[in-house]
Design a protein around this ligand. Structure first.
Ligand code: THU
Length: 294
């Protein structure tokens, strides 16, 4: 394991996403030695306290890094250098690079501000933190350039090309083909986009015992959750005759994981519309999930 994640706020970003990003950063530095990073997913108050305690700055921020070795500015971490032994953690059998505190609510605000996915923003902040642990800094202009360049390369290595709304709708239309609808002959396809860029498709699957029918949206969400992916960005739903706004049951199931999910629909001869789940299901039942979704 490279990244050990402590969740002070229960944000559902899988550990593997951080590990993959950390590996990309180390690879760029040519580091093959085993390394360990302690990542804390936290909130405004907590990071503000750390900022005040350790840096004398009494305000919130997006990410803070605490390298385990106090490297001179821009002296990059080199596991083969004699000084590196101080970072060796016998229990972990790895070089402990340090701690990163990442402010999840701030990352959500920044993602909205920059109009990119939450996943992308969180991974960007994490990668920025990792390069600080490795000795990069951005005080001088050329140092900043050097660090940005590394960050860009690491992000390119881990972030898939973003899926557009048109692509998601096309995937939903394609998923309709597999619908099993001998009773209604109303074929529905869905394509659910996860924060990490993975798309899960689904179709409606009817049954001779009518009540056992599963809607396209629930097929897609159950596929995703059963594979360990629970953080979603948008769902596209396609049908032919009428506008396929999701049924009440599907709204409730989707809101369990993503109460503010974007919902895109397509029907007829290329007609489309969009909304968000909080508009389609106001005052939804989330009694156990309040903390998770703020
Ligand atoms: N259906 C869906 O797949 N999604 C919805 O949100 C509403 C309804 C399907 C279920 C059934 O196979 C057919 O449409 C007619 O109700």
């Amino acid at each position: 394991m490279i990244v050990q994640v402590e969740r002070r706020v229960p944000f559902p970003m899988p550990e593997r996403a951080f590990n993959e990003a950390a590996r990309a950063c180390l690879r760029l530095q040519g580091i093959n030695a085993p390394c360990l990073i302690n990542l804390v997913l936290t909130d405004d108050l907590d990071i503000r306290e750390a900022n005040r305690t350790w840096r004398g700055i009494d305000r919130t921020t997006d990410v803070l890094s605490f390298p385990s070795l106090s490297l001179a500015p821009n002296r990059l971490f080199d596991p083969s250098a004699p000084g590196a032994q101080a970072a060796w953690d016998c229990d972990a059998g790895a070089f402990f690079l340090g701690d990163i505190l990442l402010n999840i609510p701030q990352a959500l605000r920044q993602a909205a501000q920059f109009s990119h996915t939450i996943h992308r923003e969180i991974i960007y902040l994490f990668v920025h933190g990792v390069f600080h642990l490795l000795g990069y800094d951005h005080h001088a202009k050329e140092d900043q350039q050097r660090m940005r360049n590394q960050e860009k390369q690491a992000l390119e290595a881990v972030n898939p090309a973003p899926v557009s709304d048109e692509q998601l709708l096309a995937l939903a239309r394609a998923a309709r083909e597999f619908a099993h609808t001998p009773y209604s002959n109303y074929k529905v396809g869905a394509a659910l986009l996860a924060h990490d860029g993975t798309v899960y498709t689904g179709c409606n699957i009817e049954n001779a015992s009518f009540g056992l029918t599963n809607c396209a949206e629930r097929t897609a969400v159950f596929k995703a959750v059963s594979e360990g992916n629970t953080a979603f960005e948008a769902i596209a739903i396609a049908a032919d005759r009428t506008a396929p706004w999701p049924c009440g049951a599907c709204r409730q199931v989707l809101s369990e994981f993503a109460p503010r999910l974007r919902v895109l629909i397509s029907w007829g001869e290329g007609q489309t519309d969009s909304s968000t789940l909080d508009r389609l299901l106001p005052h939804s039942f989330l009694s156990f999930q309040e903390d998770l979704h703020g």
